[in-house]
Design a protein around this ligand. Structure first.
Ligand SMILES: N[C@@H](CCC(=O)N[C@@H](CS)C(=O)NCC(=O)O)C(=O)O
Length: 498
């Protein structure tokens, strides 16, 4: 059986596969290494690890074995020379306990610290620091975790001597500290000097150049969040809160308080939000939009911090007032966003577009790599929401909106004109039908996406946005959706209030 083919499927840089390489080298087992691209997995990988579809996979004759800890045990039991696992059942249990501990408390949090910033990263780093402190006690007085020679546990924990440096550098965090963990530091040096380890490590440069498990998305040495970015990126929370509760209440009949109370941060409930009378498809889509806003709020608040949900007026009365202003007289009966899907979509037309213009306007002033990534991610989804809403309305452009005597297109044109009037910065907003000279390349009367001469999105400043969402045309005078004004430093300073 031992003479059967031995193959290892790995990416070339994963710490999990190097555990296997070390064990095989230690035991002098010949093997074939099959390099996988984890972003384009081979059928061999998918067939041999159909459950997790991950590397490493160890193939011995007809047997395929996944998960590095399990592979290590299999190798140790199959090739008895240079054992790595103790034979004594209690010592074996002890070794497995610490291996599991280090996987749970170091490996998993390191994935989070590597991929995320903000609070999530800080929490993961704290878990790792606590775990290192415990391991510091475990290794004290010993040469290796395995005793006098390197064993199973050393191989399992060994990644912290090499890969951790890499994940800290790329993920922009710090947990390893030779002064805080002097015993671990000494053990790392001893471990890296074991010939089997020293001679079998992937080149560091290769690790940096190859897309490792998660893609590093900040350039080296880039600053994640600049201080100046914070207020600019907190400002959009106002609109994100507005959209979150508008969409959630309309689709589900309840809002952020029920879905993610921690994001409300004690802010007052919205005035007049209610379940809308939506058809099945619209309800599904708006549910998705609502949950997307929850993600946006979480992403912003966990990256740059935030403020409690401001007081918001989502009552039919407030929407009715806005549409009266758009048409220049009182619509009878008053416009009600919750009446049916079409009225609801017309009301929705008012919101994501303003948010997306805000992101385009803010973009040039953002510097941090994490805040830039956040902004682009938010902008992408807001534009998608706006495009869906506009597409929905475009399909019905010539339909008369019940119970009024205006077409859908006319409604959108009136709302866009109102927003331009309120913002007082020229034309940055157009309805879903335009004269051809305002369409894409002056050739289309359809205006599915509102954009400038070069078909680029318009941008607005926070002041312009406040003029619109206050419905007062004045960033210093609150009203409309925010009866007591929007929150965050930018909006409060404009209001002259702390
Ligand atoms: N617990 C597993 C972890 C393996 C693992 O995370 N493999 C990553 C590469 S570092 C992978 O194959 N990722 C591909 C994917 O998630 O699709 C082990 O110890 O083998």
């Amino acid at each position: 059986m031992n003479r059967e083919e031995v193959k290892l499927l790995g990416s070339g840089v994963s710490p999990f596969e190097w555990r296997i390489i070390w064990a095989l080298k230690l035991k002098g087992v010949e093997f074939e290494f099959i390099k996988e691209n984890i972003f384009k997995k081979s059928s061999l990988l998918l067939e041999s690890n159909p459950v997790y579809k991950m590397i490493p996979v160890f193939i011995h004759g007809q047997n395929a074995i996944a998960d590095s800890l399990i592979i290590l045990e299999y190798i140790d039991e199959t090739w008895k020379q240079n054992p790595i696992m103790p034979r004594d059942p209690h010592e074996k249990a002890y070794t497995r306990f610490w291996a599991k501990f280090s996987e749970d408390q170091l490996v998993e949090p390191s994935r989070i610290a590597f991929q995320y910033g903000g609070e999530e990263q800080a929490e993961a780093v704290k878990v790792m620091a606590d775990a290192l402190e415990i391991l510091e006690g475990e290794i004290r007085g010993k040469k290796f975790f395995g005793g006098e020679t390197m064993g199973y546990l050393d191989i399992v924990v060994g990644w912290i001597g090499y890969w951790l440096q890499f994940t800290q550098q790329v993920g922009n965090y710090k947990v390893m500290d030779s002064e805080k963990y002097p015993e671990i530091h000494l053990w790392i040096n001893r471990f890296l000097q074991v010939p089997t380890i020293e001679e079998n490590l992937p080149p560091f440069n290769e690790m940096l150049s190859i897309p490792f498990c998660p893609l590093p998305d900040c350039p080296n040495h880039a600053i994640p969040v600049y201080k100046q970015d914070i207020d600019l990126m907190q400002f959009p929370l106002n609109l994100e809160h507005l959209e979150a509760d508008f969409f959630l209440y309309s689709a589900l009949g309840y809002g952020l308080d029920k879905i993610a109370p921690y994001l409300v941060m004690g802010g007052p409930p919205p005035i007049g939000a209610q379940k809308a009378n939506l058809d099945f498809l619209t309800e599904n889509i708006i549910t998705e939009f609502g949950f997307q806003e929850v993600g946006h709020l979480r992403a912003i608040k966990s990256t740059v911090g935030g403020f409690p949900r401001p007081l918001m007026d989502l009552s039919p009365k407030n929407f009715a007032k806005l549409f009266n202003e758009a048409f220049g007289y009182e619509l009878v009966p008053p416009f009600n966003p919750y009446r049916d899907s079409l009225n609801f979509m017309l009301a929705s037309y008012v919101l994501p577009y303003v948010g997306l213009l805000g992101y385009v306007g803010t973009n040039p002033n953002i510097n941090g790599c994490v805040t830039k990534r956040l902004l682009a991610g938010l902008l992408g989804v807001e534009s998608g929401q706006d495009a869906y809403i506009r597409g929905y309305l475009y399909e019905r452009a010539n339909e008369v909106v019940f119970p009024y005597n205006y077409t859908v297109a006319e409604f959108t044109i009136r709302v866009s004109e109102l927003r331009n009037r309120l913002a007082m910065c020229g034309i940055k907003d157009e309805g879903i039908l335009v004269p051809a000279q305002l369409g894409a390349e002056n050739r289309t009367e359809s205006n599915l996406l509102s954009a400038n001469y070069n078909s680029l999105s318009y941008g607005r400043t926070p002041a312009e946005i406040l003029r619109i969402v206050y419905s007062t045309g004045d960033e210093h005078v609150p009203g409309g959706f925010f009866p007591e004004g929007a929150s965050g430093r930018i909006a409060r300073e404009l209001l002259g209030k702390p």
